[in-house]
Design a protein around this ligand. Structure first.
Ligand code: ADP
Ligand code: MG
Length: 505
């Protein structure tokens, strides 16, 4: 090769290198820009989910105000403040064998308890859990109730055969049905509407107990429904049975709800209520609580619009286990759509409800150095082809923001109830005493997989409770987990109302 050709070749190589490095720099700049976009989405999310203590106090105040409005008149608030007609909580004097059926979320349970006639003397309890087949959630009421009645029958027969109990008459059941029900008595009520993904149109407006009673008859199971309660009421009953300082109960599971013990005079919408006692358990149905103080994002708005019950259950859609994973999925999807940080948007990421809250919790609580669990879930469930360590951290942060907001709002809800019943430490009017000397021990029974199994959710909730109430007051507030409380509690309510089960207003 002559000298001139060597020079030409050298120039050509140099030009190629220059072109390659321009492309590389261009790629890097684009990547940085894309990443900047993702971080922008994250910053926006963080800002919109802000729940400083001032805002939490406003939420708590708003809930207390709505509780008053819901008690004052029918339809006076988004909070239904449903009368449960449970005016007697189990005090320990109950004796005998009672059954319960707990339906209202992801699983249903059938159980039996044996009561010994003293406080905290549940001699035995046996539970059987089964997932509710998804297709039954949108089938017909007959199919759904036939299914649970069959499960109950098998359970009862197995128990009686095993224990040598005399089968036949006298069986009594507490039915936990965790959807909004308008009750006319402790043992009956009409379904107002479905929540949590259930949609069986022929059931709305029908008597829930009657539908179950008919299914029991079809199966030839002789059993009387003595109490119809929702999960929060069951949880309160079990909490109270163990500890009479229990004043309220909250559920953080597939859905969220709360109930509390209210003085009869305060239930203005039902003056002259025929109750044998001075108080009654009121079911807030706080899933439908709404206030302009709640920090709502684009993702919440879109989730709501795409749900089968838009504009309903606003509080529940920000807090409960059914929705947290789905909110996180929507955030990650938006990040993927607005940048190429995951490459081509994986089709699985566009599938609603594919990221379930337990998976979100597993990613959030991944303590491995390489965040291998985050990697596994993103690759296996969302089918993301390659998960860079930076992306793993980012996804973890998304989970954190959403769960933190949920847990803090949940804490504000609890404080709202305490405020309503004067247990949040505010100095009574005209009193000069320090709040902590007037504060009584206050127990709130808690149940639900989200609270029990998602440690970070629970810790954030406790932290916020302390922030809102302050150290002096929070020492007097006990959150007591009652395992299987919603079901056992229903059996206890059945026991407490066993001889005089009909209390019409
Ligand atoms: P249900 O509300 O159906 O009666 P649970 O109280 O057992 O049932 O709550 C189940 C719900 O709790 C699940 O749907 C899920 O959203 C949530 N959950 C269960 N386990 C976990 C977990 N490990 N992490 C986060 N959430 C969980
Ligand atoms: Mg439950």
């Amino acid at each position: 090769m002559g000298r001139r050709w060597r020079e030409v070749a050298a120039i050509a190589v140099a030009v190629t290198f220059a072109a390659v490095s321009v492309v590389a720099v261009g790629k890097r700049v684009r990547k940085r820009r894309e990443w900047g976009r993702v971080e922008g989405i994250m910053r926006e999310l963080e800002k919109e989910c802000e729940t400083d203590v001032g805002r939490l106090r406003q939420v708590a105040d708003a809930l207390a105000v709505e509780m008053n409005a819901g008690l004052a008149s029918e339809g006076g608030s988004k909070l239904k403040m449903l009368l449960t007609h449970v005016d007697r909580l189990p005090d320990g004097s109950e004796k005998g064998i009672y059954y319960a059926l707990d339906l209202g979320g992801t699983n249903f349970r059938v159980l039996q308890i044996r009561l010994g006639g003293q406080r905290s003397s549940i001699l035995t309890h046996d539970v059987e859990r089964q997932p509710i087949p998804r297709h039954l959630m949108t089938s017909t009421s007959e199919e759904l109730f036939d299914f649970v009645a069959a499960a109950l029958k098998t359970f009862v027969e197995n128990k009686e055969n095993a224990d040598g109990d005399v089968p036949g008459s006298g069986r009594e059941l507490g039915f936990t049905f965790s959807f909004p029900v308008k009750q006319a008595s402790v043992s009956s009520g009409i379904l107002i509407r479905w929540t949590k993904g259930f949609a069986i149109e022929d059931m709305v407006g029908k008597d829930v107990s009657e539908s179950l009673q008919l299914a029991l008859q079809r199966k030839g199971l002789d059993m009387r429904i003595v109490a119809l309660v929702n999960d929060s009421v069951g949880t309160l009953a079990l909490g109270y049975y163990h500890d009479p300082d229990t004043v309220a109960a909250v559920i953080f599971g597939t859905g969220t709800n709360a109930c509390y013990i209210e003085r009869r005079e305060a239930i203005i919408k039902c003056q002259g209520l025929n109750t044998s006692f001075g108080s009654m358990v009121v079911n807030l149905e706080w899933g439908s609580f709404w206030s302009s103080h709640l920090p709502r994002t684009l993702y919440d708005i879109e989730l709501d619009l795409d749900s089968p019950n838009p504009t309903e259950q606003g509080f529940e859609k920000m807090i409960s286990g059914m929705y947290l994973g789905e909110i996180a999925r929507r955030v990650i999807l938006r990040m993927a759509q607005q940048s190429d940080f995951l490459g081509v948007v994986p089709s699985k990421l566009s599938t609603p409800f594919i990221l379930r809250t337990p998976m979100m919790a597993a990613m959030h609580e991944d303590e491995s150095q390489s965040l291998s669990e985050v990697d596994r879930i993103l690759t296996e469930i969302l089918e993301v082809p390659e998960v860079h360590p930076r992306i793993r951290k980012l996804v973890m942060k998304v989970c954190d923001i959403i769960t933190r907001r949920a847990a803090r709002l949940a804490a504000a809800g609890i404080v709202g109830i305490l405020k309503k019943i004067g247990r949040e430490g505010e100095r009574p009017l005209g009193s000069r005493s320090r709040p902590d000397t007037t504060m009584r021990r206050t127990v709130v029974a808690v149940e639900g997989g989200l609270y029990v199994s998602y440690t970070t959710f629970r810790e954030y909730l406790h932290e916020a409770l302390e922030e809102i109430l302050g150290e002096d007051i929070v020492r007097h507030v006990v959150l007591q987990v009652t395992e299987d409380g919603s079901g056992i509690g229903a059996a206890l309510v059945a026991a407490a109302h066993s001889s005089t089960s009909v209390h019409t207003q």
